[in-house]
Ligand binder design. Structure first.
Ligand code: FAD
Length: 557
């Protein structure tokens, strides 16, 4: 079987795969008309992973744990099987999980740095864990085990700079706690990125998250993080920049860690930007179908109406909400849009008038604006309860939640084709989407292993469909283990190889969250080649790559 090793790469001699890749690059370079998608675009200066990380032996790992036990009090270091399991598996994912060898609860940047130095000495994988809400297997241990650094206790707000609309906090601070603290202190500001309740600033940075507010405030990849303090794989601590609102001083190294999922560094502190807390109100409208709803969204966005959120909920979701939602309200069971407007009451009334006109022009039912604060809270709570209302549709079922994202105008095709596919597969699923961004989530239900396999197939086809529609395999959940096989197809070899080059440079031992985000090149290049339309050249390259993989053993990854 071919290895699925991560990026990683650090031992002492170049592998045969590396030399083969160079030979192939030279071969491909001579074929001017040749175009097999991403492989042909690979830069010759960014070569495929040429070194394989060699982790320490089980005895080395035991030595590392002994050293760590000498540093940490017994209450903060654990090899209890239940604790190891809880930090390596998630009820929210169905990707292969694995228990860590040891879990350490940290309290400071210095402690994280100390652990990294031990991990590096014994070449032991090291994975950060914060809120534990991520959905793509990001915090699962490496199959060989490793150290899990639990940052959930580093949850302090260090300083609120109200005059500058920013806040300095530790990486384990949860976004919902931050907003509650600001509210309790009477500070009229909030942090607008809103993934799962309980998600932390460190995990949100690592996954490049967003949520319902992204239509107004953008994602983690916008400028919500002014700086981050990071422990690098060398154990060195860096702070990426100061607190000024903007800076054009060199590369944007803060962004390097956004979406890196702990593969380049462990974030221990951050300065986050805050937004003014404005009055909001909520409304709902029904449409004949998703296409009409999405067309209305495009027009509303282009009118510049001050909208904080636009959420699409399909008819199945509305049915689930009628039965299991938080409020007692009964909704028409049709494809619907939920809106959150912001501004003064007069401005909201004007926004609602404009949106109502557009909704009706697209065959919609007309907009129902909440008439009281309680009604607004109830409406939004029903939307936010999507996960649990969906699960309740099939008692005793489990749900596979996943996301993809396409340009807004392509969303109807994606939703239509996906719903048809799910129906044909006999699977029950609800669909909700941050439709203002073209971001689409489905929660697909299953009870048996057979159904789980059917779900896995449906998710794969959904991702392929999104990429075909010029979209992405993940709009906000990140890559983890679950989406890494799609990166070559989506981003192209040159871009993925650039990521690997950065990974190799920063983490030469390959110990930071190995096996996540970037996959081993060989297997994916084979897959990429299989789907190309140049069979002769492909079979030559396949043969060569397969040969190189057969003669080389790649134990880790
Ligand atoms: C019901 C539900 C709803 C959700 N809704 C949304 C949504 O609307 N939008 C959205 O974007 N996501 C959503 N998510 C996914 C999840 O909330 C996000 O991915 C979130 O950003 C994860 O943060 P966390 O603190 O839980 O990270 P974790 O799950 O602890 O970790 C995530 C990844 O980051 C790494 N990591 C953790 N901490 C650090 C650190 N300090 N430094 C470096 N690496 C680190 C981990 O190793 C792992 O790879 C939802 C999940 C659930 C269960």
């Amino acid at each position: 079987m071919l290895s699925t090793s991560a990026s990683g790469t650090a031992a002492s001699s170049p592998s045969r795969f590396g030399s083969t890749a160079l030979l192939l690059a030279a071969f491909l370079g001579g074929i001017t008309s040749y175009s097999i998608g991403s492989l042909a675009r690979a830069s010759p200066t960014i070569s495929s992973g040429s070194r394989t990380p060699t982790f320490g032996t089980p005895a080395d790992f035991q030595r590392a744990i002994t050293e760590l036990r000498a540093i940490f009090p017994a209450s903060r270091i654990s090899t209890n099987p239940d604790v190891l399991h809880a930090h390596g598996f998630s009820l929210n994912t169905y990707h292969p999980g694995a228990p860590h060898s040891v879990v350490i609860s940290v309290e400071s940047t210095e402690e994280v740095s100390g652990i990294v130095k031990v991990a590096s000495k014994w070449r032991m994988p090291i994975t950060a864990y914060s809120g534990g809400t991520s959905l793509e297997g990001g915090f699962a241990a490496h199959p060989r085990g490793g150290i899990c650094v639990d940052l959930s206790g580093m949850d302090k707000i260090i300083k609120i700079n109200e005059a500058d609309s920013d806040l300095v906090c530790q990486a384990g601070a949860r976004w919902d706690d931050i907003n509650e603290t600001l509210r309790d202190k009477g500070v009229p500001l909030f942090f607008p990125l809103d993934p799962a309740p309980g998600a932390t600033i460190g995990g949100m940075i690592a996954t490049g998250c967003s949520g319902t507010n992204a239509v107004r405030y953008g994602t983690a990849k916008a400028e919500w993080f002014l700086n981050v303090t990071v422990v690098l794989p060398s154990g060195e601590v860096i702070k990426t920049r100061r607190r000024a609102r903007k800076s054009s001083a060199g590369f944007d190294t803060t962004k390097l860690f956004i979406g890196a999922e702990g593969t380049l560094g462990i974030v221990t502190e951050a300065t986050i930007r805050l937004a003014p807390l404005l009055p909001t109100n909520v409304a709902v409208a029904q449409f004949p179908d998703v296409r009409k709803a999405t067309e209305a969204v495009g027009e509303i966005l282009n009118k510049g109406v001050p909208i904080q959120c636009i959420e699409l909920c399909d008819d199945v979701f509305m049915h689930a909400t009628n039965n299991y939602g938080i409020s007692t309200r009964k909704y028409p069971e049709r494809d619907s849009l939920f809106f959150k407007f912001q501004g003064s009451p007069e401005s909201i009334a004007e926004s609602a008038r404009v949106v109502d006109e557009i909704v009706r022009a697209h065959g919609g039912s007309g907009l129902e604006l909440a008439k009281s604060e309680k009604e607004a809270v109830d409406l939004w709570a029903d939307r936010k309860a999507a996960h649990f209302s969906g699960l309740a549709l099939v008692p005793g079922s489990r749900g596979w939640g996943t996301d993809v994202c396409v340009p807004v105008s392509r969303l109807p095709d994606l939703v239509y084709e996906t719903k048809k596919d799910l129906e044909e597969s006999g699977l029950v699923s609800t669909i909700v989407g941050h439709v203002g961004d073209g971001n689409f989530h489905s929660l697909i239900l299953f009870k048996t292993d057979e159904e789980l396999e059917a779900v896995r197939g449906a998710v794969h086809r959904m991702v392929e469909r999104a990429i075909r529609l010029d979209g992405t395999c993940t709009g906000e959940h990140g890559v983890g283990i679950g989406k890494k096989e799609y990166l070559y197809e989506e981003l192209g070899t040159g871009t993925v190889e650039l990521m690997k080059l950065i990974k190799r440079t920063i983490d030469p031992l390959g110990i930071f969250n190995p096996g996540k985000v970037v996959a081993h090149p060989a297997r994916l290049e084979l897959e990429c080649l299989q789907s190309s339309n140049t069979p002769d050249i492909c079979s030559f390259i396949q043969m060569t790559l397969q040969h190189s993989l057969m003669v080389e053993s790649i134990p880790e990854g």
